[in-house]
Design a protein around this ligand. Structure first.
Ligand code: CP
Ligand code: NVA
Length: 305
């Protein structure tokens, strides 16, 4: 069922680029590497390798987990803020890709338009990893899948509910659910749904519903994300109004399965997309989820680089 032989040298731009067996292969490798790390057994699979990390947006988890992950794998990471690079003064993304290909073994980038990472990947001779674009956040969703798998012992047949903005997280969750045999029911305000092409590709695995309560009914996993993503700061007030009835709170999760898990990629805004009672409550797995960024990404790095 698992396949990891086909991953070497590939880019990691969206989950939809991979087969179900490749996704399960990465998750299996992540569990194995996590067990080594927990037992403090060295696993220097990437000794002497270097990852360049380009950030055009802020980050806590992505930066630290990729950097620490490379160190634990015996390699190193270089943090590059686009503001300090010639990229920030107008050097082209493709020239940047070709130059970095001569120095490092892989590039992780967090950027705005998804087309930017596609252009980078096309010009680079080395694997390019998506650390978030406006359209996808696949590394985060690998950590989410890992957290669900560890907690529930399976993915196949589980129901996920996604409430709120049909953003980068929603798109990658739809792809991740469809690839792993889960179903996902998404409740988003009119005009704020997931990308139509992502929904179309997911087929029967996804259902779009109007009522958050219907989405959450009997869900094994309930997920939300911020109402205004990075780059949408000026829309914050307008979005607060549009999303007002989409908060994940005690009343809403009372419709979920009795052993439901709550996930949020963080950073979270308590009192907006989620109540403190839910995110800080007994069903919340947000901190194991954040830790699993490290383990899932080490598997991705090992298998691609
Ligand atoms: N979840 C996530 O990607 O967090 P950062 O923005 O802190 O990297
Ligand atoms: N949707 C959020 C995720 C942050 C990790 C954003 O893009 O800002």
């Amino acid at each position: 069922m698992e396949n990891i032989e086909t991953l070497r040298g590939r880019d990691f731009l969206t989950l939809g680029d991979f087969s179900p067996s490749e996704i399960m292969g990465i998750l299996g490798e992540a569990l194995r590497i996590k067990a080594l790390q927990k037992r403090r057994i060295p696993h220097p699979y990437l000794s002497g390798r270097t990852l360049a990390m380009i950030f055009e947006k802020s980050s806590t988890r992505t930066r630290v987990s990729f950097e620490v992950g490379m160190l634990q794998l015996g390699g190193q990471a270089i943090f590059l803020s686009s503001q300090d690079m010639q990229l920030g003064r107008g050097e082209s993304i493709s020239d940047t890709a070709k130059v970095l290909s001569g120095y490092v073994d892989g590039i992780m980038i967090r950027t705005f338009a998804h087309e930017t990472i596609q252009e980078l990947a096309e010009a680079a001779d080395i694997p390019v990893i998506n650390g978030l674009t406006d359209l996808h956040h696949p590394a985060q969703v690998m950590a989410d899948l890992l957290t669900i798998l560890e907690t529930k012992g399976r993915l196949q047949g589980l129901k996920m509910a996604y409430i709120g903005d049909g953003n980068n997280m929603a798109n990658s969750l739809v792809e991740g659910a469809a690839l792993t045999g889960m179903t996902i029911s998404a409740a988003c305000p009119d005009g704020y749904g997931p990308a139509p092409e992502v929904v179309a590709a997911a087929g029967d695995a996804v259902s779009l519903v109007d009522d958050p309560r219907e989405a959450v009914r009997n869900a094994d996993v309930v997920v939300t994300d911020v109402w205004a993503s990075m780059g949408q700061e000026e829309e914050q007030q307008m979005r607060m109004k549009a999303f007002a009835s989409y908060q994940v709170n005690d009343a809403l999760v009372s419709a979920a399965a009795s052993d439901y898990m709550f996930l949020h990629c963080l950073p979270a805004h308590r009192g907006e997309e989620v109540s403190a009672s839910v995110i800080d409550g007994p069903h919340s797995f947000v901190f194991p989820e954040a830790e699993n960024r490290l383990h899932a990404q080490k598997a991705i790095l090992k298998l691609l680089l």
